[in-house]
Design a protein around this ligand. Structure first.
Ligand code: SF4
Length: 216
């Protein structure tokens, strides 16, 4: 670590080691206190996957299960994501998965911890972790999952409902696209709409599968 143990409010760029690698930055990020969310979540949930991956999936933040496990996309939404990747013929073990915010932000409701949307300051504070992940993993395709990730990476005017499944110009990677977050499919009001939304999600992922099969 550059400057010893991270201090509360110490910005992320000051924590990134001089010769970074994914294992090194993951280790340092464990102690991150750059925004107040470190007090709320159980632990930093850093991205996971191959150090070089064709596809990087970027969600909003870890959920309740991820916060406890310390791994991204291992809860119900992650299981649905695994199924959708399988249906789209994308090898899950070759995908790097991460979030724009690395701590779980939640509000108490009875005994439950309910997801709370991260604000612009929290997203901004955490963004350098994602930037270093992108720089090191060098994905060919970045897929933003849900509006928070899409707007953080592609601008506040980006509308997932209207622009999902299409590749957009971005300096972040050769191919960048967005689709829904798998948790939105779990929240569908009934089985019929859940099936419909799952089919649309798989269709978006198939576009990604086709792109990575195409020679550079
Ligand atoms: S949410 Fe991100 S910036 Fe904030 S403390 Fe956690 S890792 Fe650091």
């Amino acid at each position: 670590m550059k400057n010893g143990e991270p201090k509360p409010g110490q910005p992320v760029p000051e924590l990134i080691p001089e010769r970074p690698s994914i294992p090194k930055v993951r280790t340092v990020a464990r102690g991150c206190k750059a925004c107040h969310l470190y007090k709320r979540g159980t632990q930093t949930v850093f991205g996971e996957g191959p150090s070089r991956a064709d596809v990087m999936l970027v969600g909003e933040q870890p959920g309740d299960a991820e916060d406890l496990a310390g791994h991204p996309f291992v809860g119900p939404a992650g299981k649905l994501l695994d199924r959708a990747l399988g249906e789209a013929a994308i090898d899950r073990t070759r995908v790097y998965v991460t979030n724009v915010v690395k701590h779980f932000k939640w509000e108490p409701r009875g005994k439950r911890r309910i997801h709370a949307k991260p604000n612009a300051a929290e997203i901004g504070a955490c963004r350098p972790w994602l930037d270093i992940e992108i720089a090191l993993v060098r994905p060919r395709v970045i897929v933003c999952l849900g509006a928070t990730a899409a707007q953080a990476l592609l601008g506040r005017g980006f509308r997932v409902t209207q622009q999902r499944g299409r590749f957009v110009d971005s300096p972040l990677a050769p191919l960048v696209t967005a689709t829904v977050h798998p948790s939105s499919i779990l929240r569908a009001p009934d089985d019929a709409s859940r099936r419909e939304e799952m089919a649309a999600f798989v269709k978006d992922l198939k576009t990604v599968a086709k792109a990575i099969r195409t020679p550079r």
